[in-house]
Design a protein around this ligand. Structure first.
Ligand code: GLC
Length: 542
């Protein structure tokens, strides 16, 4: 199918945690000015769009996803002026900026909730209150390790309130038109600062209905479509990225349009995370078998021509295993989280490099899949240099440690005596060994490899927009597929095993090695990968 090229369909995203990135004033916390100081680093890396994790005032029970004021910036991070300056600094370098918009819930410290629990108009019905705690019993609990119910008793109001995440994060009542309008106004406020869009957090849960699991309800989609219509009308270049940790067929409606006809433009989200493919990349790698990846991609419906998936290897949360079977989850835990401290809720709180035992080949192989399978790739800060994690830290903090800039004090992140959390300082992943400065001085570093993958990805629209066609090969360790766009075909070959895989390759140009291959036998080394541009219409032999 021919697609029109829209910026977000070919963009590389960089997920950035402001607290961890760069501390400009020596108080031990990263801040917006620090991000501005390091903007050239991001521009040089070649990414197109920065996704900032929440920077709103917050008691930080859920690290900023518990918002106490939608119209401000947390004092640790700076001011609204700084936020604006960050956007300008990004735009000056051709980068775009999106940030989280947490729609589903606020902090219990938010003045709306404080007024609501006192029963004060007009906030009385801003949240979901009930005299009993047995409504919506079919809704699952998401933060399984900490919460035993989606209802919490509020002494002051004398009622229970509904929350899908921490009990300090009461859910807003989206059946209330005033709440719906508030979110429109909040979006307008941030867009007027020059932002390029939002990563809309936890959207499946906006509306509750008895007898359902309270996820993906038609009423929720109705509201989100109206939200999109407002954005299209007032900010036509902005994007909305949907966080719905769901199966592909359940994410499909979030793109809008017509489920049976992908030529009908999407009218809900421009982009949606593809959650289920992520654990299957790790699964396929560990098993040396392509099947999990092929199966989930075959199960992925077509999306409207004006939309795009977002894919990732890791993010600021645990590596979620919600979208696998119970048996697969147990297997993944056994393989990738042998120490119980590595587990959290239904996932694994580890970073990319430690997950693959710091194997450079495996880190690259997974990144190659990230860049060649459909979807705009998102790089999680620090993974481009192979940072490690600290599983001793609370909740998901172990994957949110300071960015490792150099081998100096606090990894070059901060001049403070004490930082918000210590930089990784272990014998393998410590900042003395893993840091940006060293990798910039070494042309064979992972960081430079990432530069190269990004550069080629951006030169080859087929990798972003091409149709996907899996190729057969008797050895299941070979994950081979073509991406074809505008009479250009790129053959992507991945060896998921620790032995060489032989195949017959067509005459082609190797985009990564800059060499021509002549038709014949090719061996892909253990955990190796190739991006081969083949002449259009040529037979690809395998
Ligand atoms: C999303 C965020 C996560 C947060 C949750 C509740 O899943 O990625 O970090 O805890 O929403 O807001």
């Amino acid at each position: 199918m021919k697609r029109r090229k829209l910026w977000y369909q070919t963009a590389v995203f960089y997920e950035l945690y402001v607290r961890a990135f760069k501390d400009s004033d020596g108080d031990g916390h990263g801040d917006l000015k620090g991000v501005i100081e390091r903007m050239d680093y991001l521009a040089d890396l070649g990414v197109d769009c920065i996704w900032l994790l929440p920077t709103y005032p917050s008691p930080l029970v859920d690290d900023g996803y518990d918002i106490a004021d939608y119209y401000g910036v947390h004092a640790d991070y700076g001011s609204l002026e700084d936020f604006k300056a960050l956007i300008e600094a990004a735009h000056a370098r051709g980068l775009r900026v999106v940030t989280d918009l947490v729609m589903n819930h606020t902090s219990d410290q938010h003045p709306w909730f404080q007024a609501s629990r006192r029963g004060e108009a007009p906030y009385t019905d801003y949240y979901v209150w009930s005299d009993t705690d047995d409504k919506y019993a079919d809704a699952r609990i998401i933060f399984l390790d900490t919460e035993s119910s989606n209802w919490t008793w509020d002494e002051e109001r004398g009622q229970y309130f509904w929350h899908r995440f921490y009990s300090q994060q009461p859910d807003l009542n989206f059946d209330n038109p005033a709440v719906q309008e508030e979110l429109f106004d909040i979006a307008r406020f941030w867009m007027d600062l020059g932002l390029d869009g939002f990563r809309a957090d936890a959207v499946p849960y906006l509306i509750e209905r008895e007898g359902t699991n309270c996820e993906n309800l038609p009423e929720t989609h109705d509201y989100l479509k109206r939200f999109r219509a407002m954005m299209d009308e007032e900010y036509p270049d902005a994007i909305l990225l949907c966080e719905a940790n769901q199966w592909p067929e359940d994410v499909r409606p979030y793109f809008g349009g017509d489920a049976d006809d992908p030529t009908v433009p999407g009218d809900e989200f421009h982009m949606g995370f593809h959650f289920p493919v992520m654990p299957r990349l790790y699964m396929a790698l560990k098993r040396g078998n392509r099947t999990p990846v092929v199966d989930i991609m075959k199960r992925t419906p077509e999306i409207p021509a004006n939309t795009q998936w977002c894919t990732f290897l890791r993010n600021h949360d645990e590596l979620t295993l919600e979208m696998v079977t119970e048996e697969e989850r147990q297997w993944m835990w056994k393989q990738y989280a042998p120490d119980p401290r590595m587990r959290l809720n239904l996932g694994i709180r580890r970073r990319l490099a430690p997950l693959v035992d710091n194997s450079r080949h495996k880190i690259e192989l997974l990144n190659s899949l990230l860049f060649t399978l459909p979807g705009s790739p998102i790089i999680y800060y620090g993974d481009e240099i192979g940072m490690g994690d600290n599983i001793q830290l609370h909740d998901r903090n172990g994957v949110r440690t300071p960015m490792q800039w150099d081998n100096g004090r606090n990894a070059g992140f901060s001049t403070a005596a004490i930082t918000y959390t210590p930089a990784i300082d272990d014998p393998i992943y410590g900042y003395q060994r893993v840091n940006v400065a060293d990798q910039l001085a070494n042309p064979t570093s992972l960081l430079y490899r990432m530069h190269k993958l990004i550069a080629i990805y951006k030169e080859q629209p087929a990798l972003a927009l091409g149709d996907l066609n899996f190729l057969d090969h008797p050895d299941r360790a070979l994950l081979a597929f073509e991406r074809t766009y505008n009479k250009e075909t790129i053959l992507c070959l991945h060896n998921l095993s620790q032995r060489g895989v032989k195949l017959r390759a067509p005459t082609s140009w190797d985009l990564l090695a800059d060499v021509t291959w002549h038709e014949g036998l090719m061996t892909i080394p253990p955990f190796g990968y190739r991006w081969l541009k083949i002449e259009f219409g040529r037979q690809r032999l395998l």
